[in-house]
Write a protein that binds this ligand. Sequence first.
Ligand code: GLU
Length: 305
Amino acid sequence: MQRTHRIVAALTALLATAALLGGCGKEGSPPVKGPQPDQLPVYRVASAFTLSGSPTWNRAKKRGRLVVGAKEDQPYMGEKDPASGRYSGFDIEIAKMMAASLGFDPATIEFRTIASANRETALQNGQIDYYVGTYTINDNRKKLVGFAGPYYQAGQSLLVRTDEHGIRGPEDLAGKRVCSAAGSTPYQRIERDHPEAELVAYDTYSVCVDNLLTFQVDAVTTDDTILMGYAAKVPDELKVVGRPFSEEPYGIGVPREDDALRFALDDAIAAHQKNGDWKKAYDATLGLSGVPAPAPPAIDRYPAS
Ligand code: GLU
């Protein structure tokens, strides 16, 4: 925990310095804003909701609040304000919508930061009730956890310094130092499809970005959603290049055996897409990166295990 805080603080300081050095664009250009609380939807809390077939829901009910796993260093998706301790971003809004549908006041959620490599264990150990943090659904992970959704479709991309002109896609990575998060699908894809790249792994992408800004690595690779957030913070220093080269359908991670919770969350995602909350939440968070809201992907309600 301490270490993560130190790293995030270091990145924040570094990004601020980079912004100053780069002049943050032209004089008078507006600062990059995070999500504005007054733009966020207010979710209606389901009253008299019960899900007695779900061990996770029953445990949360007894506790009196939900404990949700998330990321804390991914601007527009899951970001923790070091001063207030508050989390914001599209994933955080999804977590809140789900809470409201499960009959919990979203304001009472206890968020816990969990790195990419630790998500499955956190769900298996009961450290968290569900996880919302740029979490790609795939068959390997489905052996360990369950997934509601998908609620969004991202794609792997590359982040480089603005003065880099030799890297436009994954085929340009031979001999380059490329950073990603341990345990992530982007890391695994580069390892498998581009073995000629020199891969470097850290727990979090913010440490990778730190290394990119200080010339320790040549590129950072992960989902476009995450990279766009970093680029937006220091547009004079960093840019996202090329086209996305994978499909990363985001799911809500749940304990594998808790099909009742998974189906309830599938229903909740569908309901919030229908009533406009999903689009409003997107526009107020990830939409700030400049990409208009796409049509949400179809929910994959796979059979009970
Ligand atoms: N969506 C990818 C994954 O689940 C990359 C982002 C992340 O590490 O959270 O591995």
